[in-house]
Every structure is written in C-alpha cells, then in structure tokens.
Design a protein around this ligand. Structure first.
Ligand code: ADP
Ligand code: MG
Length: 301
C-alpha cells in the first residue's frame, strides 16, 4: 500500500517509527509536510499538490497534525478523504478532539465519567461557575492548550477568581474544572487502536507539580488497568470517532474520569515505557481496515 504520513518532520520519533513499520510490512510510506501541501478545490477533481507536482493517490493517510496547525492540517486531510484515501483518523474527529470543551460535551452526552466542568462568558458569572465545580482548589484550562501549557491549578477561591477574570479579559476560551486531588499528580494514558486498549502507562508529575505531562517533566511507568478503565477508554475513543487515540484517565474516588482524548498520541513515551511496537500495530490496523472511499463523516460538520 501507499501510505502518506502527514508530518512536519521525518526525524520525529513517531514519524520515524511509522516509516519503519510501513517498510517492514512492504508498504510504501511517503512523508508529507502538511504545511507545504496545497490544494486545488475544483468541481469533482480533488487533488493535493507539493512543490509543483500533483500527488499520486494514496491508499491510506496517517495524520500527525500538531495542535498549532489543526485548521490547515485537517483541510489537507479532508482533501485526501475526498480523493478516497483511508484516513487513520478522520478530519472531523480530529477537529472535535482538539477542542477540550466540545470533547467533554460529547462524552458527557454518552454518560462517560468526567471531572465536573464549567464554561462561562461573563465575569459576573465567575462566582457561580466556581461554586458549580465544587469550589477551590480547581483547575483552569485553555480550550486549545496542549502539553500542559495553559493548565493552571488555582488553590484558593480568590486565586481562581482573579485568574478566570484575567483570562476572560484576554478573551481566551477557558473552562473551569473540578480538581481531582486523589489522582495525586498522576494520570493513565491508554493507547486505543480500533476497539482495544493496546498499551497503558502511568504518568507521574514531578514533586510539587500537578501536571503529569511528559513535556512537563512527568515520568512514565507501567500500570495495569481495571476492566472498567479499559471499557471507559475504548468508549471515549469511539464516541470521538477516533480509530487511534491516547485517552487520558484520572483515577478518582468515583471511578475513572476521562480528562482528554488525544488524536495524535506520541509514540515515544508509550513505546519506551511498555516495550511494545505500537507503530507496527497502527500499520496492522490500516492493513485490516483501509478501504477506499470509506470516510464516514465526509462532507459533514
Ligand atoms: P494538556 O492538553 O495540556 O495535556 P490536560 O487537560 O491533559 O491538558 O492537563 C494536563 C495535566 O494536568 C494532566 O495530564 C493532569 O496530570 C493534570 N490535570 C488536568 N486536569 C486535572 C484535573 N481536573 N484534576 C487533576 N489533575 C488534572
Ligand atoms: Mg494532556
């Protein structure tokens, strides 16, 4: 198969591993810098261009679209979907998952456990917003942050009020969330492929830090998850419409809570922590599932 990997850099760990896994299985990987791909949108003949050339059609596309280029990246992916290529994750599902609030709304509708979360526009509503999520300490998040940047722990009601007010003044989109203290600065990353959790790791924040992101110095170790946690992770990926997802859970007194669902989970942390060939499993999934013209959300919002 001809498999396009949408990535900005061939040397990134995840991209390198996906290239290797394609080659080991006799496929032809092509790495496309998504920001250098451009499109002509004309009646009935979608095409993608690169450096003056028209790309030959590909069988499958693996989107590795960074959060800062979601808009352009999903537009390129959509073009491939219109050309009939099989997307590992569909453009609509990626856009959905990039908005933390939209994701939680979709998950809540289907009864998935979540930290209690509030969203408001007007500064006059801050007091009630804080009360709604159970008061301080609470977590304030930028809707489109990643790697722990834009996630703040407000320890007191006063601190929460002033941080929320400051963000509102900057017109930043934020949500306010119940702080799950008993998680102890740890979360569980569940790597979902299709309808299975294929690997899990526990990420523990540095002492004095509550964000467990590896980019914030968190450390990864092996962990065994419960059947309920497993089912929750698979359900969350399914609701988001993602074939491959990194579902992050917090262990709370009332069971597993989904914190976020990642559409381009990094492979390095989880492969190193578990010793598993996740890249290989992704290509195996494509082999089993890639069919032309199979995008479910084609043309839909
Ligand atoms: P990002 O997209 O930037 O990774 P997250 O929502 O995943 O943002 O938050 C970053 C980290 O902060 C999480 O991995 C977790 O360790 C911690 N965290 C986030 N929300 C909560 C919460 N409600 N309660 C406790 N810890 C949280
Ligand atoms: Mg996260």
């Amino acid at each position: 198969m001809k498999i396009a990997i949408l990535s900005r850099n061939k040397k990134l760990y995840s991209t390198r591993r996906l290239i290797e896994a394609c080659e080991q299985r006799g496929h032809e990987p092509i790495v496309l810098d998504v920001l250098r791909s451009y499109m002509e949108v004309v009646q009935s003949k979608p095409e993608v261009h690169l450096k003056g050339q028209t790309l030959e059609p590909v069988d499958a596309v693996i989107p590795r679209i960074g959060a800062s280029i979601t808009f352009y990246g999903t537009a390129v992916l959509r073009q491939f979907e219109m050309m009939g290529s099989f997307p590992l994750n569909e453009s609509v599902a990626i856009s959905r998952s990039r908005d933390k609030l939209r994701s939680l709304q979709l998950l809540s509708r289907k009864g998935v456990g979540l930290p209690s979360t509030g969203f408001a526009h007007h500064p006059d509503d801050i007091q009630d917003l804080i009360k709604m999520v159970g008061g301080a300490p609470l977590v304030i998040k930028l809707l489109e942050g990643t790697q722990g940047i834009g996630v703040v722990l407000a320890e007191t009601r006063k601190a929460a009020e002033s941080v929320i007010e400051a963000f509102m003044g900057l017109k930043a989109n934020i949500m306010v969330q119940e702080y799950i203290k008993e998680a102890g600065g740890a979360d569980i990353r569940c790597l979902v492929i299709g309808d299975k959790v294929v690997a899990t790791m526990k990420r523990q924040a540095l002492p004095g830090e509550f964000r467990s992101n590896l980019h914030r110095g968190g450390s990864a170790t092996l962990i065994k998850i419960t059947p309920t946690e497993r089912a929750t992770a698979v359900k969350a990926a399914k609701i988001m419409g993602l074939n491959v997802a990194g579902v992050d859970l917090l262990r709370s007194e009332r069971g597993p809570l989904v914190m976020e669902v990642n559409s381009s989970p990094g492979l390095e942390g989880i492969e190193v922590a578990t010793g598993k060939d996740i890249a290989g499993m992704i290509i195996d999934f494509i082999e089993k599932n890639a069919k032309p013209n199979s995008t479910r959300t084609k043309g839909k919002g």
